[in-house]
Design a protein around this ligand. Sequence first.
Ligand SMILES: Nc1ncnc2c1ncn2[C@@H]1O[C@H](COP(=O)(O)OP(=O)(O)OP(=O)(O)O)[C@@H](O)[C@H]1O
Ligand SMILES: [Mg+2]
Length: 300
Amino acid sequence: MSAKIISISNMKGGVGKTTISVALAQTLAMGSDNRPSAKVLVVDLDAQANASFWLCGHANLTAHIDQNTTIDTFLENAVVFGKSASLKDNVHSAKAHSDRLFVVPSSPHLRIIERELIVFLSRRHRNLLEVERVVSDLLEQQLQELGMLFDVIIFDTAPGISALTEAALRLSQVVVVPTVPDYISNLGLLSFCRTVSWTSNDPKTVIKRMPWVIANKVKQSKHHQLMLEQMRSASAGDDREFNMFRTEIPSSPRIDEIASNLDMDGELGFDSDGADVFSALAKEVLEVAGQISTTDTRAE
Ligand SMILES: Nc1ncnc2c1ncn2[C@@H]1O[C@H](COP(=O)(O)OP(=O)(O)OP(=O)(O)O)[C@@H](O)[C@H]1O
Ligand SMILES: [Mg+2]
């Protein structure tokens, strides 16, 4: 498998997971003067389906849902009905940059399917950890094939920590954690770092990864700046629980406007400020993904 696998995750809702997933995906797909364009797949693991609305547009997403080509029908077919389903059949072109940017969409039905999977497997005497393992093994198998077709695969995860999120985190080389630098969000970040299992799927290497925090919605207020200072200092120590990207994403009315209007033409259209910030983040994420087996992991 050659694709870099990246999860965007945080237990806390509304911190910018989807905005960053989509902006990162589009930035990587577009490329820049000093970064070749990449073939990117976004896998939407959130029943809210925000990334799917954004990337497919409302009409196309409705068609994909009607045709049963979303992540939830794949999971149901593969686990509950035991069919030999392929996630590749659920890959769709995004509305913008359709030759480089693709999505496995989600639908609100995912919430019901997740519950169905747990009931189905628990009736077969599987506990919650095993449910997570079943989903994780299934996604890992699919990534073998998809990883040959894409340069980068991005999982946009739901708020909270579900079996699906845990599975995505296990399979990712980089876990990007959007965090607003305020007191409450920082508490949420620590609890995310402490409750997730950071061990990867590969039993031979048993790599323990660390989350990478991206400060989002950053204001120049005293509180945000103080929290940022504290978070940066916490991420610098030997006993750190997370790393931090140098890039900071400002609290921006333009980003908010774009990210709140999910059914535009699929194009982000940031002004140069927004585009530059996501370009800087994309560069850092690729750097981390490239170094992952050396400086950014700790062998147990
Ligand atoms: N840098 C930013 N500046 C201003 N607004 C932002 C920024 N990033 C995200 N937002 C806004 O914050 C809201 C939440 O963003 P988003 O949906 O990306 O968060 P999320 O973490 O994916 O949410 P959820 O937990 O519901 O999945 C949206 O209205 C979005 O427009
Ligand atoms: Mg989201």
